[in-house]
Design a protein around this ligand. Structure first.
Ligand SMILES: [Zn+2]
Length: 580
C-alpha cells in the first residue's frame, strides 16, 4: 500500500513451504531452495538454464515462429490476448526455451519449459520448438535434455495441441533409433499431455526434489473418485517408490548428476561405436507411389444426403449416446472371425480395451479398441471405456505383436479419456500412454485409426497415431472435454456448449485442420438408429483406406506417418489458411 511496498517485495520473499520470510539474494544464492525447509521454488526457464549448464556455454536456439491462434479460440478472452499478456509478463516468446550448452564439459541440447507462460502448456509452437531442439540433437549427435513444467496440452489450440504429443514423441523416437540419450527432468508441476508424452518416454526420467507428476491432476481425481488422496500422491518420492522415475535429485545436485549421466553415456567414453547417421532414403521419389498414405488435400469429402451441419454440442451428445455402436458391435458387424486376446502380461487385463485378431474382407488384421457398453451395468463393467495402464499396455503388446506378424493394425477409438484414478496414476498412467504414442510412431506395419464416438485427449491419442485417421460423422475428438474446458476457462461448467464450439472438435472441423483424413458419413439420423448401415459404411471406408497402405514398404510407412504428424507444428500457417 505504501510507495516502498514494491521494493520490499523485491528484497524479500515468503517461502511457499514454511512461510518463512527470506532475503531474496540469499534465496537466489541457494538456487531458490528455502534454507529453512528445503522447499524448491519454481524457476523461470532462463534461470533454470543458468543453473544447469557450464558457465559461458549457453547458446540459445531461435524461438521466432509465426503467430499462433490456429482455431481462432475465444473464451471470456481471445486467446491472442492471453498470449500477448504471457509474453509481456515473462519476456519469453513461448512456454519453452531451447539452447545448446555443455554440462560437465559434455555437449547437449536442452529444452526447458516455463510454467509462468500459460501454465507451461503444450501448444503448436512449444511442440515445434522442442521438436526442432530434438532435431538439432540428432544433427549434432548429442543428447537431448528436457526440463518439464506444465499443466498439460494447451486447450486454446484444440486437438492440434494434442497432436504435439505425437510430434515430439516421434522426434524422441528418432533419437532412440540413432542411439542418442534422451533425459527428462520433471519439475513441479508436470501434468497431462506433457506427462503422457515426452516427460516420460525418454530413456531416463529424473525428478527434481518436491516435483509432482501425473496424467490426471489431483483435483480431477478427487472429483471423480470422491476420496481423499494418499499421502504424498504424485510427488517425486512416491513416484520413485512406484517405479515411475529413475531418481529424485536435489536442485543443487542436478547439474552434477546430469553431467555424470552424460559422461557415462557419451559414445567415446562408453566405448560404444559411433554409428554414422543413416541418410534418409530419397523420399520424394516414393511419395507419388505412396500418395494414399499422405493426405495432400485436407478438404473433407462431401457426404451425399448428409444432414445440415450440427451444432458442436449436439454432436458431443450424439457421440456419447449409449445406443451408439461399440467396438464389440463393430467387431461383430464390420469384421469376421474375431479372436479376443487378453492381458498385459504384467498383472492385469483391462476391460476398457478389447483387442485381438480378426478378418476384414478376408485380410487378417489386429483390431484394438475402447469398449464402452449400452447399459449401465455394461458401462460400469467396462469402466466407461476409460483404459487403465494395463489397458494401454495390453494395446502396446498387441501393436508390437501385429508388427511382428505383419498384420495391419485397426484401432477403434471411443473413450472419454484415460482412467482418472489413484491406482492408474500409481501404476504409471502417463508413461503407459507416452510409450504407446511413441511406439505407434515407429510401428513398421500399417495403422488405421477410427474415432467412432468420443476421442478424449491423451487416452484417445494412445490408439490414434496412425497412417490414416478416420472419424465417424457424429464423433468428437478433443484435447479436453467441453465440461473440463468450461470449468477452467469460463466462470463455470454451464459454458460447456460454448467450449464445445470453441474447441473445434467435430469431424468436419478436424478434417479441415488436417487432424482427420476422412469423415465416414452416418445414416441420415445417426449411427445408433441404423447400426447395420453404419457398419456397412465403416467397412467400405476401412477397406478403401487400408488397401493402399498394404503396398507401402514398412520403412516408408513409418517415414510418411512421421511426416503426417510433423506438419502440425511447422505448417500452422497452411493449416490456419485451410481452417478459414
Ligand atoms: Zn521454507
Amino acid at each position: 500500500m505504501t510507495a516502498t511496498a514494491p521494493r520490499e517485495e523485491q528484497l524479500w520473499s515468503r517461502c511457499a513451504g514454511c512461510a518463512s520470510l527470506l532475503y531474496r539474494k540469499r534465496l537466489r544464492r541457494n538456487l531458490d531452495v528455502c534454507p529453512e525447509c528445503g522447499e524448491h521454488a519454481r524457476l523461470a526457464a532462463p534461470e533454470r538454464l543458468r543453473q544447469l549448464v557450464d558457465p559461458g556455454t549457453l547458446r540459445p536456439l531461435p524461438d521466432e515462429l509465426p503467430e499462433t491462434d490456429p482455431i481462432d479460440f475465444v473464451d471470456v478472452l481471445p486467446y491472442s490476448h492471453r498470449l500477448s499478456a504471457a509474453r509481456a509478463s515473462t519476456g519469453l516468446a513461448e512456454a519453452v526455451v531451447c539452447a545448446t550448452a555443455t554440462i560437465g564439459g559434455h555437449p547437449a541440447v536442452l529444452a526447458v519449459m516455463d510454467f509462468r507462460f500459460l501454465g507451461g502448456s503444450l501448444g503448436c509452437a512449444v511442440g515445434e520448438l522442442i521438436t526442432r531442439a530434438a532435431e538439432r540433437a540428432l544433427d549434432d549427435r548429442i543428447p537431448l535434455i528436457l526440463v518439464t513444467a506444465s499443466g498439460g496440452a494447451r486447450m486454446q489450440e484444440g486437438t492440434l495441441s494434442l497432436m504435439q504429443m505425437a510430434t515430439v514423441s516421434q522426434a524422441i523416437a528418432a533419437l532412440r533409433e540413432a542411439g542418442l540419450l534422451t533425459v527428462s527432468v520433471l519439475t513441479d508441476p508436470t501434468y497431462g499431455g506433457v506427462a503422457a508424452s515426452f516427460a516420460t518416454n525418454t530413456d531416463l526420467v529424473l525428478a527434481e526434489s518436491g516435483a509432482r507428476m501425473g496424467f490426471a491432476g489431483p483435483r480431477v481425481i478427487r472429483q471423480v473418485t470422491g476420496r481423499a488422496l494418499p499421502e504424498g500422491f504424485q510427488t517425486a518420492d512416491v513416484l520413485l517408490r512406484h517405479g515411475q522415475v529413475d531418481m529424485v535429485v536435489q536442485r543443487r545436485s542436478l547439474r552434477g548428476r546430469l553431467g555424470a549421466l552424460l559422461a557415462a553415456t557419451s559414445p567415446t567414453r562408453a566405448g560404444r561405436p559411433t554409428v554414422p547417421r543413416q541418410e534418409p532414403a530419397p523420399l520424394r521419389e516414393h511419395l507419388a507411389d505412396a500418395a494414399p498414405a499422405l493426405p495432400a488435400d485436407p478438404t473433407p469429402p462431401t457426404t451425399p444426403g448428409a444432414p445440415a451441419v450440427r451444432d458442436a454440442w449436439d454432436t458431443v451428445r450424439m457421440a456419447r449416446h449409449p445406443g451408439r455402436p461399440t467396438t464389440l458391435d463393430y467387431l461383430d458387424s464390420v469384421f469376421d472371425g474375431f479372436v479376443e486376446l487378453h492381458g498385459d502380461r504384467l498383472g492385469g487385463d483391462c476391460p476398457a480395451i478389447v483387442g485381438g485378431v480378426a478378418r476384414l474382407a478376408d485380410r487378417h488384421v489386429m483390431v484394438i479398441g475402447h469398449q464402452k457398453g449400452h447399459t449401465t451395468a455394461e458401462l460400469v463393467a467396462r469402466n466407461f471405456g476409460m483404459a487403465s495402464p494395463a489397458g494401454h499396455r495390453k494395446a502396446l503388446r498387441l501393436m508390437r505383436l501385429a508388427a511382428r506378424l505383419g498384420l495391419p493394425v485397426v484401432t477403434l477409438v471411443d473413450t472419454p479419456g484415460a482412467d482418472p484414478g489413484v491406482s492408474a496414476e500409481e501404476q504409471g498412467q502417463a508413461a503407459a500412454i507416452a510409450e504407446n504414442i511413441l511406439t505407434l510412431t515407429v510401428l513398421p506395419t500399417p495403422v488405421l485409426a477410427v474415432i467412432t464416438g468420443e476421442g478424449g485427449s491423451g487416452g484417445a491419442l494412445a490408439l490414434a497415431v496412425a497412417d490414416r485417421v478416420l472419424m465417424l460423422e457424429n464423433a468428437v475428438y478433443s484435447v479436453i472435454s467441453p465440461e473440463g474446458c468450461a470449468a477452467i476457462l469460463w466462470p463455470d461448467r454451464s459454458a460447456a456448449p460454448q467450449a464445445a464450439r470453441a474447441l473445434r472438435l467435430t469431424a468436419p472441423d478436424l478434417c479441415r485442420l488436417g487432424v482427420v483424413d476422412e469423415v465416414v458419413p452416418e445414416p441420415s439420423t445417426a449411427a445408433h438408429d441404423n447400426p447395420a448401415e453404419t457398419a456397412h459404411r465403416l467397412r467400405a471406408a476401412l477397406l478403401a483406406n487400408l488397401l493402399p497402405l498394404l503396398d507401402v514398404p514398412p520403412a516408408m510407412l513409418v517415414r510418411l506417418r512421421r511426416q503426417r504428424f510433423r506438419r502440425f507444428g511447422s505448417t500452422r500457417a497452411g493449416v490456419r489458411a485451410g481452417a478459414r
